[in-house]
Design a binder for this molecule. Sequence first.
Ligand SMILES: [Mn+2]
Length: 123
Amino acid sequence: MAKGRSVANEVDRGLGVMADFFHVDIEDGSVAEALRLTGDELQHIHLADSNLQVPSTGYIEFLDVVRTVNSLNYQGYFVVDSLPVKPDCKNLIRDSIALMKQVEPTVTLQEKIDNEMRIQVGG
Ligand SMILES: [Mn+2]
């Protein structure tokens, strides 16, 4: 992912970085850390867990991932990218959206706590 950022910067013609979580997990390790390194060059996301299935069925830490994506102010889509499609497209997409919606309130609460602690310590 860091190399992708470097290429995007070098070309500088509207080129950005696409993060395919399944491949990022294999090639970069921590998805959240790879996203942090990509920074504002992040342009597109392929959403899947480490097993190329619905988020939360593998081991990627989606709370960390969503917090990082929020911190980058990412405005793009999360495109469901799972193979094989199990049990069918409709349920795969429904379950992926449901998981992301489950993560959202926790991330919002974590960010609120972080902001309040930052205010208290004057950071
Ligand atoms: Mn993909």
